[in-house]
Each structure stands twice: as structure tokens, then as C-alpha cells.
Design a protein around this ligand. Structure first.
Ligand code: PPS
Length: 343
């Protein structure tokens, strides 16, 4: 049995259950409509959007501070694995899968009433690197306490990752998604707490690349190119393909995480058990995910259920006009032209 399964390396990835829920990317936009005085200095709109351009990446001003601290303080380890996503591309799902795969000896995906996914939100089981709204002074101190091999999560583009991540050969699982579905997911999420973020506004800004951690095409391209030049270090996944073939992807993910499924596990249906436990319908139905409110993100409480909306491929068709879809497709195609990456 692979080494990483011999001990609960990832069961204590986050010492504080209520601490890390929610994507740091979302935090900023949620805060935009907040006037309760919590960190308002970080929410000042720049231009017509909500972000500043930091080293080619659109970030909330407060996120810039967090990113700088991560760059200065984060001590990568050679056996770290980073789950990297552009916001709303399936972070919650990927966290659940990576956690379940790597902890399956201690917590079988089926028949374990004490499985952490039944008691804790998936966002809490794999910590983010950058924390714009929490522990801004010491954003990475807790990460030092985690046992190796660590699984960590980030929305940072390849250009903003601390150099040691690449220098030490840390592996990266990158999950991307059709930008039209990303836009719609993002709009729903942010619009819950900021009514000024209408679909028209979201579309206008997103199409210009203005969105936390954007432009999305730069984010995608950065890791796409890495996955081509360093294929043993970067696993590039697409949400749509994972939805279509979850069993194959879970096997691939386990291989990459160096905890491949044994033949015996495969014959017992363990892969299917992992797929089922981490499926949208299952996770959405778990009380800790379907009710309650997460910790305060940028001063705004977020419902736990906000991370489980539709969970569909192509939901954009219900929210974008044909014209919008065509325009965004055209922009993305042009930006990705010649790279081999398509959506
Ligand atoms: N288990 C599972 N399977 C498939 N899809 C899932 C799953 N869990 C969450 N989702 C959908 O992922 C979208 C949220 O993206 P993220 O988790 O990346 O959000 S965040 O950036 O961390 O805030 C959001 O997409 P939309 O439904 O299109 O809004 C979620 O519903």
C-alpha cells in the first residue's frame, strides 16, 4: 500500500474547522457591498471593477498583501502537492477528491460514518495558501505545522506562485472549466452578497479579464504550458471531462498523488465509492454543506450551500444570451489560439 496512506497525513490539514471556508478570490467581491467596517480599506473599487493589477493578475488590494506574504513566507516542501484552480472551476470538488483519495485507508469512502466529509465542509479539509481576510500577518504559519506530504490549495496563477514551488519540484493538480460556466458560477456566488454585480456587469468585466485572479485565459495558459513542458509535475484537468468520466479521473488523480488504487481496490469498487462520496449530489446533501453559514469572508458571512449550486456542465446557456456566449467564446479562442488548449 502506498506510503501516504499509512498515516493520516491530511486529516489535520486545517486545525480550525471554521477557519478556511470559502475561496479567497470570492472574498473580495463579497466584501464590495459590505459597509460594516470590516476591512473596508481593501474593498475600494479600482477603475470600474473591484481589482488592482498586480504583476499581471487582477487582485483585490487586500489579496495583494496576502500574496506578497505568501511569496515571502511560504516554505514549500518537495513533496507538497498544490491543487490549483481559477475560482469557480471545481475547487471544492477537487479538495474533496484529493482528501478522500489520500485518506482512504483511515477513512474508507463507503461505510464510514465518521468520514470527515460528512462532518466538515470540503473547503475546510485542504487549506488555501493565500488568506486575504484571515491572519494576514502570519498567513502561512499554520501550514508549517502540517505533516508531509501536504496537500494545499491556491488560486494563484503560475506567475505568482512562490519560486520554491517550481524550484523544489512540487507537483500541481490544475483544474480548469469552460469560462462561460465559470462566469455564470462566479456571478451567482458574488451576486448573493453584492447585488451590483449583475450578469451584465459580470460579463463586461470578465470579458476584459477583470475578475479575481484573472484574466482567466492567462491563468489557464500558464498551467497549460507547464503541463506540456513538465508533464510529470503538472496534471491538467478539465471540469467538463471530469464530470463525463469521473472514475477514470479519480484513478488518474490517485496515480498522480502517488497513492494509486490497487487491483483489489478496483475490483471492490473503491474508485466508484470515492466518486460517489465526492459527487455533487452527495456533498450537497450533507447537512454541513446544505445549511449553516461559513466564517466571515471579507466581513460577509457566506452560506455553506453557496459552494454547491447547480454542478452542471453548460449551465451558462440558462443565463447568458447567445450574443454574450459568442463574444466570450471569441475572446477566449483568440487568447488561447495556437496553444492547443480549447474549451
Ligand atoms: N462535487 C462537485 N461536483 C461537481 N461540481 C461541484 C461539486 N461541488 C461543487 N461544485 C460546483 O463547483 C462550483 C464552485 O467552484 P469552486 O469550488 O471552485 O468555488 S471556489 O472558487 O472555491 O469558491 C459550483 O459550480 P456552479 O454550480 O456552476 O455554480 C459548484 O456547484
Amino acid at each position: 500500500m502506498p506510503r501516504a496512506l499509512d498515516r493520516p497525513a491530511h486529516t489535520h490539514t486545517n486545525p480550525s474547522p471554521a477557519r478556511s471556508k470559502g475561496s479567497p478570490a470570492m472574498a473580495g467581491a463579497q466584501g464590495e457591498s459590505n459597509h460594516n467596517g470590516v476591512g473596508d480599506e481593501g474593498f475600494a473599487p479600482k477603475k470600474e471593477g473591484f481589482w488592482v493589477l498586480y504583476q499581471g493578475c487582477w487582485l483585490r488590494p487586500v489579496a495583494v498583501e496576502s500574496v506578497k506574504l505568501v511569496q515571502e513566507q511560504f516554505q514549500a516542501r518537495p513533496d507538497d502537492v498544490l491543487l490549483v484552480t481559477y475560482p469557480k472551476c471545481g475547487t471544492t470538488w477537487l479538495k474533496a477528491l484529493a482528501f478522500t483519495i489520500t485518506n482512504r485507508l483511515l477513512h474508507p469512502a463507503a461505510g464510514d460514518d465518521a468520514h470527515p466529509l460528512l462532518a466538515r465542509h470540503p473547503q475546510d479539509l485542504v487549506p488555501f495558501l493565500e488568506m486575504p481576510y484571515r491572519q494576514i500577518q502570519h498567513p502561512v504559519a499554520e501550514l508549517e505545522e502540517l505533516a508531509s506530504p501536504r496537500i494545499l490549495s491556491t488560486h494563484l496563477p503560475v506567475t505568482l506562485l512562490p519560486p520554491s514551488v517550481s524550484g523544489l519540484g512540487c507537483r500541481v493538480v490544475y483544474l480548469c472549466r469552460n469560462p462561460k460556466d465559470v462566469l455564470v458560477s462566479l456571478w451567482h456566488f458574488i451576486n448573493k452578497v453584492n447585488e451590483t454585480y449583475t450578469i451584465d456587469k459580470a460579463f463586461e468585466l470578465f470579458s476584459k479579464g477583470e475578475s479575481s485572479y484573472g484574466p482567466i485565459w492567462e491563468h489557464n495558459l500558464g498551467f497549460w504550458k507547464k503541463s506540456l513542458s513538465e508533464s510529470d509535475r503538472v496534471l491538467f484537468l478539465k471540469y467538463d471531462e471530469m464530470m463525463a468520466q469521473p472514475v477514470e479521473h479519480v484513478k488518474m488523480l490517485a496515480e498522480f498523488l502517488r497513492v494509486p488504487f490497487t487491483e483489489e481496490e478496483v475490483s471492490r469498487g473503491v474508485v466508484e465509492d470515492v466518486v460517489h462520496l465526492c459527487s455533487f449530489d452527495k456533498l450537497k446533501s450533507v447537512p454541513v454543506n446544505s445549511s449553516g453559514v461559513s466564517d466571515w469572508i471579507g466581513g460577509v458571512p457566506m452560506e455553506n450551500s453557496s459552494f454547491f449550486r447547480a454542478g452542471k456542465v453548460g449551465d451558462w446557456a440558462n443565463h447568458l444570451t447567445e450574443e454574450m456566449a459568442k463574444k466570450l467564446d471569441g475572446i477566449v479562442e483568440e487568447k488561447l489560439r495556437g496553444s492547443g488548449l480549447t474549451f
